[in-house]
Ligand binder design. Structure first.
Ligand code: A3P
Length: 328
């Protein structure tokens, strides 16, 4: 792997790989070979996305489809960390900060008896019972080359303005990031791909150009928001889950924004407590499940920056046309 993707710049909290300019977690280098050679199982589902595109939502939908379509599974109360493994977690471990301590404690109490810190998560994933629903923010390019031949792959995409705004608030909310810059500064980093798991456009495009592959299903956040039943019905066909209309309605219901918020569903490693989160910020702007809408970018406080982003979008679309929806 290192021969194909030599490491370029060392940044604080992430590193940048030369080809593709992919930004990856600090310890990615250490686990890159293991990640690259990982063997997915045929009945795995991989949920892949740029952070803030709606990953947690789609994970919850697929978990419910496969494990709780009649809403009678008590495991639904478990945190996502216990139900839904995060593929490149090992590459994050060792990054300083309370969030990662919390992550570690969650991993240690998840299935399997893994005591070693190094490679702990990939080991844990291997002990997860099937069917596994594995989350990754790595672009297809950095995943095992046979991924699409081995397993079903769901890619979640969302328009870049709303992703950027969601990311900005996320980074201000969590004490391990504690982003103190302005939205304009954050958007600049976002457009430069200077945030872990980006650049955005190339990330989405690496999946979009594979959209005709029989094992890849592309899902837009905006479509899911507009008509969740229809999108979950499509997932039912793609994943061959064979749910009835009644069961599909159950899935729509328990994965709605309000239901997930009431149940306190958050992404793996997110802890909504004063130790891990800026509670003032949470009060003001919302928690992990912040707004869950399409078109937050129209808010007047972001306009000046959004105008700059529009020029970037037009430029990127020349080479990588992706039919994002900016409103519904
Ligand atoms: P906002 O910050 O715009 O509210 P990810 O899981 O990829 O980190 O994405 C998080 C974003 O998805 C957040 O966006 C969050 O509110 C939104 N989200 C999570 N669950 C959702 C749901 N059930 N319905 C709509 N949006 C949801």
């Amino acid at each position: 792997f290192k021969k194909e993707f030599p490491c370029d710049l060392q940044h604080n909290g992430f590193i940048r790989l030369k080809p593709g300019n992919w930004t990856v977690p600090t310890h990615f280098d250490k686990f890159a070979d293991e990640i690259y050679q990982f063997k997915f199982r045929e009945n795995d589902t991989v949920v892949c996305s740029c952070p803030k595109a709606g990953t947690t939502w789609v994970q919850e939908i697929i978990w419910t489809m496969k494990n709780n379509p009649n809403l009678d599974n008590p495991d639904a109360k478990l945190s996502q960390g216990h139900r839904l493994p995060y593929f490149e977690m090992d590459a994050h471990i060792g990054t300083e900060g309370p969030l990662f301590d919390a992550l570690l404690s969650e991993i240690e109490s998840s299935p399997g008896e893994v005591k070693e810190k190094e490679g702990l998560f990939l080991n844990t994933i291997n002990k997860f019972p099937s069917p596994r629903i594995i989350k990754t923010h790595l672009p297809i390019t950095l995943l095992p080359p046979d991924t699409l031949d081995c397993t079903k792959f769901v890619y979640v995409a969302r328009n870049p303005y709303d992703v950027c705004i969601s990311g900005y608030h996320y980074c201000r909310l969590h004490k391990d990031c504690y982003y103190a810059g302005t939205f304009d500064q954050f958007a600049q980093r976002f457009m430069e791909g200077n945030i872990v798991h980006y650049p955005f456009w190339e990330h989405v495009y690496s999946a979009w150009k594979m959209q005709n592959h029989c094992n890849l299903h592309f899902i837009f956040y905006e479509d899911l928001k507009q008509d969740p039943f229809k999108e979950i019905e499509k997932l039912n066909e793609f994943l061959e889950t064979g749910l009835t209309n009644e069961q599909l309605k159950n899935v729509v219901k328990v994965t709605s924004f309000s239901d997930m918020k009431n149940r306190g569903v958050v992404a793996f490693g997110v802890v909504e407590s004063p130790e891990h989160m800026n509670m003032e910020q949470k009060e003001k702007e919302g928690g992990f499940l912040r707004k869950g809408i399409v078109g937050d970018w129209k808010d007047s406080r972001y306009q000046e920056t959004i105008d700059k982003m529009k020029i970037w979008v037009i430029d990127k679309m020349k080479d990588m046309e992706i039919p994002f929806k900016y409103e519904i």
